[in-house]
Design a protein. Structure first.
Length: 591
């Protein structure tokens, strides 16, 4: 970052700029002499200055321009001038070319040997600029692609071996999949996904490319990867299958596997699924952290009114509580939060899951294995001999499971389960469609809860926004006066990786079963009639909760409209949405 001879000058400049006090600078200089570390690194460690300010001071001292690469658009022709291996090794970024002179952003402009090496290797006149190390690293990933230096090395090896420029044909795929460069590249892809808070990685073979996408906060984003990756598609996909203990010779049938890995102090379980396509196997990898902090009920995002209802429901001695929503709507997180709330030494709790996403201390958890006949239904029959008080069934997906679940609830057990339906009242219709008798549903179900996940606005960059009349008409379910409201929208910054969102929270509708609803269930009333009755009894549909979170500045109108349906535009006269209890996003999992 800077040489010892220049430390005093940099220190004096930072003091003159008023960034660091004289006493703090003396302490930093003393620590630098004691440890042998550079003054700039000591200042950063002591949080006396941020890297951007330090780089500006260095640039000012050396009359070298300071640049913010994230705000620049770099010409691809400039990127081609510097090989990926060189950019990664020296941590530098070419940014522009003027009259034959190549301007390169570096973090340490005082490294004379670097300047000489660049002139020799690139055979061009070099002009330096300074930038933060983070900006340089991010730019390398964005413009060269993840693992670009590794892929460049593989291409060079292939070319040296005289292989064609087209897709590489490898006779021994297993041997290639164990190649150090392929191993490193796959590891880089996974580590980048963990760094970006991804929940899934998708490897999608196409006719002329291998596309890799990350799912972050519920949305898919294409990863920046080198174009040459297609040449090594078979080896990359085989490497993932080897890690997941799959049969790499079988490419015609779907397979499932699991990978366990450690990143720093965190342990991860990766669930791997493959399906055959015309252009190769498509692989989806689900990332689950075994060290994730449990979300309690207060942090789920329920308003005070619904939180009170849910707490009363989960403390009932028997009955079924159904959580509904599509795949990836956070149903598992809600169930885990409910179980954690009521988990104590006096209760025997058993769960049946596929798979077990999080371990709960004090709870007996069973993972179903359909291949050997260990299904939800067979587990339910067996665990009743274990004398449980509370049972969680990961998903009610067939008639047999539904029948046993209902009979379990009728014999004095509290049962939690999930269903894939559009709204809370749709759970009743789904059970009836499975062939369950209405009187059994009416007698056993104590309540339903529907939920969706919306992205939470980044607090560092969200900006005030004046929505259109059409947007307000669709989302302003309580007819609030928009002139007195502060509505925000996303903008994008470094903290949220320019998405405008950071994290997710849930919106809910919750329906406790009243005597009136029980009679209507026995009469086989359709879901929309049940929903109208639930609204009359105080239920607030999903869009009401979404509007409350828009007003609280947690999310955007577009997010609420994206995950809710038009029929939620039912005005509850004289009532507004309750105050949202969760000011922070809940890190909801996916089923």
């Amino acid at each position: 970052m800077m040489r010892a001879a220049d430390s005093a000058k940099i220190g004096e400049l930072l003091v003159e700029m008023g960034v660091v006090s004289l006493d703090d600078m003396d302490a930093a200089v003393a620590e630098s002499k004691k440890s042998g570390e550079r003054l700039g690194e000591i200042l950063l460690k002591m949080n006396l200055v941020d890297e951007e300010t330090l780089m500006q001071a260095i640039g000012r001292q050396l009359s070298v321009p300071y640049v913010r690469i994230s705000t620049m658009k770099i010409d691809p022709a400039v990127i081609e001038r510097v090989p990926a291996k060189l950019a990664t090794h020296y941590e530098l970024m070419p940014i522009r070319q003027v009259n034959g002179t190549l301007q390169i952003a570096v973090n340490d402009p005082l490294d004379i040997h670097l300047l000489d090496d660049l002139r020799l290797m690139l055979r061009a006149e070099i002009e330096l600029a300074v930038a933060s190390r983070k900006e340089i690293r991010d730019a390398i990933k964005r413009y060269y692609g993840i693992g670009a230096d590794t892929m460049e090395g593989l291409v060079n090896q292939a070319e040296e071996a005289g292989e064609a420029a087209g897709p590489t044909v490898v006779e021994n795929i297993e041997e290639m999949a164990e190649d150090a460069s392929i191993v490193r590249f796959v590891n880089q892809i996974i580590m980048e996904a963990i760094h970006d808070r991804s929940t899934d990685i998708h490897f999608e073979p196409m006719e002329d490319e291998l596309r890799i996408r990350y799912r972050i906060d519920g949305m898919l984003y294409e990863a920046a990867i080198p174009p040459a990756i297609k040449r090594f598609q078979s080896a990359i996909l085989s490497r993932i299958k080897i890690m997941a203990d799959m049969n790499i010779a079988e490419r015609r049938l779907p397979q499932d596997g699991k990978i366990k890995l450690k990143s720093g102090d965190l342990d991860f379980d990766l669930r791997v699924s493959t399906v055959p396509t015309p252009y190769g196997e498509s692989i989806a990898v689900r990332l689950l952290s075994r060290d994730s902090e449990f979300i309690n009920l207060e942090r789920l995002g329920l308003n005070k009114h619904d939180l009170g209802i849910l707490r009363r429901m989960i403390r009932r001695p028997h009955g079924i509580i159904l959580v509904t929503g599509p795949t990836g709507s956070g149903k598992s997180t809600t169930l885990y939060a409910a179980l954690t709330e009521i988990n104590d030494i006096s209760k025997k709790i058993i769960t049946i899951e596929e798979p077990i996403e999080y371990r709960i201390r004090g709870v007996t958890q069973i993972q179903v294995v359909p291949q050997i006949g260990l299904t939800f239904a067979s587990c339910l029959r067996t665990i009743l001999r274990q004398d449980p008080d509370i049972i969680m069934v990961g998903e009610t997906r067939d008639t047999e499971t539904a029948e046993i679940t209902i009979r379990t609830a009728l014999t004095g057990h509290l049962v939690f389960s999930t269903l894939h339906t559009n709204d809370a009242c749709g759970a009743i219709t789904r059970l009836l469609d499975m062939g369950i008798e209405p009187f059994l549903v009416s007698s056993s179900v104590e309540g339903m809860l529907a939920q969706r996940l919306v992205r939470v606005l980044c607090p560092d960059c969200k900006t005030l926004h004046e929505p259109s009349k059409e947007q307000l008409r669709m989302v302003n379910v309580t007819n609030d006066d928009p002139t007195n409201l502060k509505i925000y929208r996303q903008r994008g910054c470094e903290a949220c990786r320019y998405t405008g969102f950071r994290g997710r929270t849930a919106i809910y509708e919750i329906v406790p079963i009243s005597e009136t609803l029980r009679r209507m269930i026995v009469e086989r009333q359709p879901a929309n009639i049940l929903k109208q009755q639930a609204v009359r009894e105080g239920m607030r549909p999903l869009r009401y909760d979404g509007w409350a979170k828009v007003k609280a500045g947690l999310t955007t109108i577009d997010e609420v409209l994206r995950v809710t349906i038009v029929e939620d535009e039912i005005l509850i006269e004289g009532e507004g949405a309750e105050e949202t209890t969760a000011a922070a996003p809940a890190a909801a999992t996916k089923e």
